[in-house]
Each structure stands twice: as C-alpha cells, then as structure tokens.
Design a protein around this ligand. Structure first.
Ligand code: NAI
Length: 697
C-alpha cells in the first residue's frame, strides 16, 4: 500500500508514500480511502491528518499510470475526495514542498489545510492540454476568489504557500506552520477535533462583482495568447461555471470539459511531449545509477559563434570555463561578444549586474594547450574540417588529464574518426549544440562506437545542469536532426521546381505551425551551409535527385540575411522577408531549362511532402538504432527546429494522422515523376507499423 497509517495519540496520520512525489496512483488512492475508513471505525480517533512522505505532499496524478487501466480504477481521485468530505471526523491536510494538480484537489477535499512556507502550489493540468479534473476549477475559486484561481489555473504556474496565505479573505490555508509541520498539524487537529459541522469547500460562496465583464475580458486575453491550444479557454469556462452553477452542476461541467479535452490532438501532443521529454534521459544499457565523472572545470576550443555560446551555458551554471584560440584577436573578439550578450540581458532587466560580473569572473582565456591540463572536460568548436579536428584532438590527447572527457561540437563529421585521433576513444563524445548555443534548448549527445557509459551518463547529467533537453544520437551523417532536415529541404526544392514560390511554401508551413518555413530558415541560417554539404553529398551519391535551385541561388551570392539577400530581399538592417523578383525569375528560368510546366500546389501537399519527408527519414533513424525511440526524434524537432508543440513533433503528428494514411499519401507522392520515387518508399519500420495498424508511440 503506497500510504501508511499510524496513530499519534487520538489522531490518525495517513502518509502518502509513493516516491518520488507521492503521485496519486491506484495504490496510494486505496491507501487513502482505507485509512479514512479505518479512522471512522476506531472510536479512539478524534481527527485525521493526511500528509506526504519525503519530498512532496503530492505532485498529483501518477504519470506512470497514464494510459493504463490503473489510472481509471476505483477509487478514482473523485471518489477519494468524496470519502474525505464524507468523513465524520475532521480531516486536516498537512502540506509541504509540492502540492500540485490532483494533490491540491485532494487537499481541497479536506476540511482543513495547514502548510509549510515555501510549498509550491499549482494546478498545472493546462500544460498537458487539460483542465483540472477532480474539482480544482470549482473549489479553488471558492477559497482564493475567482481572479487568483483563474490566473493559477490558466497559467498552470506554481505560487508559494506563504504568498497565497497572505491574500485577503483567502480560505485555502487555515494556518502556515513555521517549524515542524507534523507537530503543528497535530496541534491544529486537536484544536478542531470537536468543531461541528465540519467545513466543506463546496459549501463556500463564490462570486465576482462584475462577472460578465470579467470573464469576457479573460476570454479575450486567454484566447489571444493560446491560439493553437483549446484548454486555456476551457479553464475560463470551467471557472466561470463555478460562479454560475450549483457546485455539483459545476463539477459535472468540469468533467465534461476535461473528458472532451482528453481526446483533442493538442492534449495528446502535449502529453506526448511531456512523456517524451522524460524518456530522453533513459538509455537502456546505461542505468540511472551509472557513476558519473566530476566536471568542475570546462575547456572550450574555439571562441567563434558556437564556442562563445557553449561557454555561456556553463558560466550561467557556475562552472569555470577556459577558452583556447589560435590568436589573441580571436579571443578578444569572442570575449567581447559574450560580454555584449550578457550586457543586453542586463539592459532588458533579465540579469543583475553583479551576476554578470560573477559570470565573467569564471571565464579565462589562453593560447596555450598546457593551460587546459586541470580541466575535467573539453568541448571543441573549431572549423568544421577533419584536418583541423585531427590536430586539435591530438593536442588535447597530449595535455588533458587522464579521465577527462573530450567532446566535439561537430555538426556533420564522424565522431568515431575524431575519437580515433586520440589514444582514449572511450573518453570521446559528440555534443552537438544548436545556434545560438546559449539560447536553444536542444543538445544532441552523440554516442561514438567506443564512448564509455560513464562518459555518456556524465554528459547527459551535465546537459541537464545547463538546462538543455539532451537527446542521444548514434553516429551518422547529420545525426538525428540535420539528417532529417536534409530530406525536408530536398522536398522544398522540388516544390519550387514544380510550381511553388518560396513564400507560398513558407506560408503553408507557418500556418501548419512551424516557427519558420524552410526558406526563411535558410536565409537565417545561411544558404551557403547547405550548399557546402550538397557539394560533398552529390559527389558521394551522383545519382541522388535534388533540385539545383538552391545552388543557383548561392551562385548569385544570395546566402541569406548575412548578405542582405537570399530567398527573399532584405532592407538594410531589417529582418523582414520581402518576396524577390530576382528569385522568382531565377526559379522560372530554371523550370524552363528543365521543361517543367508549373502547376498549382495545395497547402496540404506542401505540408505533407515536407513533414512526411521528416517522418520517413525519422523511421529509418529509429530502425537503424541512431535514435533510441521515435519520441526522441519528436523532442529534437520540438526543441531544435521550431516544430509546433501542438502537433507533438513529426512522429507524433504521423501517429495522429494514422500511419496507414501516411503511407497511402507517400505512395501517391512516389508516382510524381518530378519527385524522388526512391525516397517515397516507406521506411521498413513505417511500412511494418502501418500494416499492423500500430503507431510509433
Ligand atoms: P566559427 O568559424 O564561428 O568559429 C570557429 C572558431 O574556431 C574560430 O574563432 C577560429 O579562430 C577557431 N579555431 C579554428 N581552428 C582552431 C584551432 N586549431 N585551435 C583553436 N581555435 C581554432 O565556427 P562555428 O560556427 O562556431 O562552428 C564551430 C563548430 O561548431 C563546427 O564544427 C561547426 O560545424 C559546429 N556547429 C556550428 C553550428 C552553427 O550554427 N554555426 C551549429 C552546430 C554546430
């Protein structure tokens, strides 16, 4: 039973005990109802205290039960709360540390609530596309007032217990207990043991002096801020109902809204992303208790675009960094950019000056490899050239202390080859940051053939410390993200040849929800990067079909924003993409040389060709074991490539459409003589799952 029962004098103490956060799984729920029943039956018991063991009162639903029959098994949370309300003896919730979601709803079903200061209190359901489903939307307004409750429910953000306790008229907390919570809770239980009738939150009155105007205002605000997500507006509806309907009718409405949201693709996508994020840390052959190496000092090689951003991540986390360059000027330039980035944050009020000073004080520079000998880890971010990497890794092998981790930020080169430049390939790993490295959440952790398990475990833990979403990738050209984006870009090129303009493709993708369409993205990242990669690729695979349009663009010197022109024109100093006559003429001329008569292409076709290109390559990546699971691919796209969260990532989107339908559409694309027939053969994994009526997840 995941809850214990003990007698403390004439008070029964029920302690939820389901680590790590006392999630309200089936066993815990049973433990609660059994405990309440036992206390009713024992004439010696005068009152009941409910609390949580360890690090939380309760974090809410047990996410391990999501989607399993146990989640719905009786007693469900609503039944538990009814049992608490029905208790003939006062029930006191003794709340500490974390009280969220179902945990807070449980507490609201108790007659009294006492709490330690510093407790994080929240109803975060909206973050997974839902509304609270066990009375939160009806009870929280009754104890905190409509406006505070709605703010908490719509944002899902946590508020500290002592802050809530200070709100005038609040009835959430009967007492804030400094010092030992159990001592205070037992004393409080003794105080209220004989009070009758027992107070119930459901009996409290709730109203708003100008309800209609307030809720209209709330709907406008919330609707504007949550375009792609239905849940926030339903939060408003549910809270509004608390002022309008009788308690039980409000509960009924809450349940209806909750159940309807559960089946929306948006909630499915958010729940998927929530679980996917947690899954990324699980590596089957590297258990969670794998010992890690201490990284107290970091070295970075190269103070360019990536080296500077990478260094900032570690400075922000309080880790001292030494940067090595070839020339003093490069160091000075790199350092100035780091300082400028921090100063911009200070100007915006996001960083205090003393923090800036502290971070810069952790940073040192050198031109001499000997100065790296006390670093526990080094990240190389020099030019993307194997010969340069070879020199650097040989130098590192010579000076770094035994056991130091040697990482490369290469975006395309073979990490196994880089490891072979050293006599310690087990200590070598890829850490592929995304630009700007101090901002982007994604870190692809590239596991080489010989990378030691503890090195992988250390880097995953370090990634978490610098607040990245770490996804493990095997070694292959482009790793997970860029290998897939290459197929997406190829399709974008074909679309231009067949009749689209860059703006039409970008608009369709942005309407689908991508942060940026492929051509705007190319202009931002620099079209020359892909040009360079294609030159190499099509030397290796001369028969691979691709559109030469992007090469022609680069031949015109239109590399993107950095050259003031790319797929679009740019006014000096501005980033607005203006459709370009030069580019349209260039595309038309190119079509003529190919003998193509342009056709009208629908937004649907644009979206599906680009997204299914990602999906098919993603399926190959899972099949080859480059990615550990399909949901890792989704995390790469959600955190590194601006894929819309409400779609859950490319693989989740394909699941939502249905893999059978995806494959059927791909077959149609394969019949297009201007497309790459070979590419649209479904990847074996995709074909298999589609045939069996299964999904990636
Ligand atoms: P960058 O050209 O901005 O910076 C490279 C720096 O390395 C320069 O400051 C250069 O002086 C220095 N350098 C070159 N050879 C050196 C040596 N032997 N010893 C010490 N310093 C040396 O290049 P960027 O963009 O920062 O790229 C660095 C690495 O990161 C490359 O492997 C690249 O593929 C990778 N990468 C780049 C991304 C991007 O968006 N720029 C994204 C992800 C990875």
């Amino acid at each position: 039973m995941s809850a214990t029962y003990e007698l403390r004098g004439n008070v029964a103490v029920i302690t939820m005990n389901n680590p790590p956060v006392n999630g309200l799984g089936h066993e815990t729920r049973l433990g609660l109802t059994n405990g309440v029943e036992r206390a009713q039956a024992d004439a010696a018991v005068k009152a009941i205290v409910i609390t949580g063991a360890g690090k939380a009162f309760s974090g809410g639903a047990d996410i391990r039960e999501f989607g399993t029959p146990k989640a719905l098994a009786e007693p469900n949370l609503l039944s538990v709360i009814l049992a608490l309300e029905a208790s003939s003896k006062p029930v006191v919730a003794a709340i500490h540390s974390v009280c969220m979601g179902g945990g807070l709803e449980l507490a609201l079903g108790c007659h009294y609530r006492v709490a330690s200061p510093g407790t994080q209190v929240a109803l975060p359901e909206v973050k997974i596309g839902l509304i609270p489903g066990a009375g939160g939307t009806q009870r929280l307004p009754r104890v905190l007032g409509v406006e505070t409750a709605l703010n908490m429910i719509v944002s899902g953000e946590a508020v500290k217990s002592e802050v809530l306790a200070q709100l005038p008229g609040q009835r959430l907390f009967h007492k804030i207990i400094e010092g030992d919570l159990m001592v205070g809770a037992l004393a409080y239980a003794a105080e209220v043991a004989d009070v009758r009738p027992l107070p119930l939150v459901r009996d409290l009155k709730v109203s708003h002096p100008s309800a209609d105007a307030y809720f209209q205002f709330a709907r406008n605000m919330v609707g504007g801020m949550s375009k792609n997500f239905p849940a926030p507006l339903k939060c408003v509806d549910a809270v509004a109902a608390s002022t309008r309907l009788k308690f039980d009718d409000g509960m009924k409405l809450e349940r209806e809204l909750f159940t309807a949201l559960m089946f929306t693709p948006e909630s499915r996508a958010l729940r998927h992303a929530f679980m996917a994020e947690r899954a990324t840390t699980k590596i089957p052959d590297v258990p969670a208790d794998t010992p890690v190496r201490a990284v107290n000092k970091l070295a970075v090689i190269g103070a360019g675009t990536m080296g500077g951003g990478i260094a900032m991540n570690f400075l922000n986390a309080g880790v001292p960094v030494v940067i090595l360059e070839m020339k003093q000027e490069a160091l000075d330039k790199g350092l100035a950019i780091i300082r400028k980035n921090y100063e911009a944050q200070v100007k915006k009020g996001k960083l205090k000056q003393d923090k800036l000073d502290a971070r810069m004080a952790l940073l040192s520079t050198t031109l001499d490899y000997a100065d790296l000998k006390d670093a526990d880890m080094v990240i190389e971010a020099v030019f993307e050239d194997m010969a340069v990497k070879e020199k650097v890794f040989q130098a590192l092998d010579a000076v770094m202390k035994p056991g130091a981790i040697l990482a490369s930020n290469t975006s395309t080169l073979d990490v196994n080859k880089i490891a072979a430049f050293t006599k310690r390939p087990q200590d070598v790993i890829g850490t592929h940051f995304f630009s700007p490295a101090n901002v982007m959440k994604l870190l692809e952790v590239v596991r080489g053939e010989k990378t030691a398990k503890d090195v992988l475990a250390t880097v995953m833990q370090l990634g978490k410390k610098i607040k990245k979403t770490c996804v493990v990738s095997g070694v292959c050209d482009g790793f997970i993200g860029n290998r897939m984006i290459e197929q997406y870009s190829r399709q974008a090129g074909f679309l231009l040849e067949e009749g689209c303009t860059p703006a039409q493709v970008d608009k369709a993708m942005e309407k689908f929800g991508m942060a940026m369409g492929p051509f705007r993205m190319g202009d931002l990242a620099g079209n020359d990067v892909g040009w360079y990669i294609r030159k190499r690729r099509y030397l290796e695979k001369p028969n691979l079909r691709y559109s030469k349009t992007a090469d022609l663009l680069c031949e015109l010197g239109r590399f993107g924003q950095k050259t003031g022109a790319g797929w679009y024109d740019y006014a000096p100093g501005k980033r607005d993409a203006i459709p370009s006559k030069v580019v349209t003429d260039m595309i038309e001329a190119h079509r003529k040389t190919l003998g193509i008569t342009p056709r009208k292409i629908s937004d649907d076709e644009i979206v599906h060709r680009l997204v299914y290109a990602l999906v098919n390559e993603g399926a190959k990546i899972v099949d080859e074991g480059i990615a550990l699971r399909a949901s890792d691919i989704d995390m790469v796209y959600l955190t590194g490539y601006g894929f819309p969260l409400h779609r859950g990532g490319p693989m989740c989107y394909a699941d939502t459409v249905g893999l059978f339908n995806v494959v059927a559409t791909m077959k149609r694309f394969a019949a297009n003589p201007l497309d790459d027939r070979e590419f649209w053969q479904p990847a074996p994994l995709l074909a298999r799952l589609a045939a069996e009526g299964r999904t990636f997840s």
